[in-house]
Design a protein around this ligand. Structure first.
Ligand SMILES: C[S@@+](CC[C@H](N)C(=O)[O-])C[C@H]1O[C@@H](n2cnc3c(N)ncnc32)[C@H](O)[C@@H]1O
Length: 351
């Protein structure tokens, strides 16, 4: 699955896999507290761990959960299979609904702003597909896993035709060639082997982790707030009709403003999160150009346990728009390992 998502570790997953093997040895549950698209959780599942995923956005946990679904979990018995189900959705007549009203040029009539996120037809296709998925769900024609899979497939289809420069923070004034394509649901390849997964959607600090869990942390490290940058994906996932505002038509998101995105709050939030966790083995992804300088982060973490820091390969800079494309072309990424094993437990270090 290729999905442009700020901070996605898709391109680093092989390098991260090496660290997972080394650091997570002996642990059976992998906990990804800021799972995003689930690129790292998927690697951990491939390596044999049971998985717990969490994110404070429903669209993120949905995308991540869908990557972990095995073919045997989604027979779509009531609808005669995955392929037939997707074909039915692709054949639906367009329907004027919330996406059409708020996020296509039709928004001009309703709110006086022509929001060019989707062509009128594609917005109507999202509306039609989302409505049918809800109806099937209400009629008990979909299992939980089948429901998650279809919503995630709709998010991928939406992303392929969205008239944006990478995030939904704003739409482009000119239509891109992809935005003119017909929105189309596609069947994805599914895992063969099932994996035990628990998914939650809450603030990372609410997730209870055990001493034996292997915790992976990939918090936001820039000022970009995911709740506002991916607001349309959240609305499609929830299937609600929030009161949206501004030129971009943002759903209410401030209650989800992440402390990790603010320079003055990020370190305190991360320290509090890690201090409150029982886990003896924690792996943290962080970037050289983040809200907390790596040097400062290392010092702070070393007060909580034994820290080691490895540079992983540099990845291409995220470019939401041409104006943001200044500076070097790559960003250096780090993996910090924190060990609080019996010999150096937090209690002993603090004593
Ligand atoms: C850097 S991204 C994770 C990327 C992910 N590892 C991937 O490969 O796609 C950070 C994620 O943290 C989530 N997030 C931000 N603040 C959060 C919080 N306080 N609790 C839980 N999730 C949060 C965002 O929604 C976002 O999906």
């Amino acid at each position: 699955m290729s999905f442009r998502y700020i901070g996605s570790k898709a391109r680093l997953r092989h390098a991260i896999a090496k660290h997972l093997r080394a650091v997570g040895e002996g642990k059976s549950l992998f906990v990804d507290l800021f799972c995003g698209t689930g690129a790292v959780a998927e690697v951990a599942a491939d390596l044999g761990w049971r998985i717990r995923i969490n994110d404070h956005l429903h669209c993120a946990t949905t995308m991540a959960a869908a990557r972990l679904i095995a073919v045997g979990q989604v027979p779509f018995n009531a609808l005669r299979g995955y392929r037939k189900t997707v074909d039915i959705l692709n054949a639906l007549p367009p329907r004027r609904g919330f996406m059409w009203r708020q996020y296509s040029p039709a928004s001009f009539q309703a709110v006086g702003v022509e929001r060019r996120y989707f062509t009128r037809t594609n917005a109507c296709r999202i509306d039609a597909i989302r409505k049918r998925i809800s109806e099937w769900r209400e009629s008990d024609l979909l299992t939980d896993a089948e429901h998650v899979l279809l919503i995630a497939d709709l998010l991928s289809a939406t992303n392929r035709v969205a008239n944006i420069a990478g995030t939904y923070g704003c739409f482009l004034s000119r239509w891109t060639p992809q935005s003119q394509d017909r929105l189309e649901m596609r069947c994805r390849s599914l895992r063969v082997e099932p994996v035990e997964v628990v998914a939650t959607t809450t603030d990372a600090s609410n997730v209870l982790v055990q001493r034996d869990d292997f915790v992976y942390l990939d918090p936001p490290y820039t000022k970009r707030q995911y709740a506002s940058y991916y607001h349309i994906l959240e609305t499609i996932t929830l299937g609600d009709q929030p009161r949206v505002e501004g030129v971009a038509g943002l759903r209410p998101w401030r209650h989800l403003a992440s402390a990790y995105c603010y320079k003055v709050q990020a370190l305190k939030a991360l320290r509090a999160l890690i201090s409150g966790m029982a886990s003896s083995r924690i792996l943290l992804s962080y970037s050289a150009e983040a809200q907390i300088p790596i040097r400062v982060l290392k010092i702070a973490l070393s007060e909580l346990g034994l820290v080691s820091c490895d540079a992983v390969q540099s990845i291409g800079r995220y470019r939401p728009n041409p104006v943001a494309s200044h500076g070097t072309a790559t960003v250096k990424e780090y993996l910090l390992t924190l060990r609080r094993d019996a010999a150096n437990s937090l209690d002993e270090i603090e004593a």
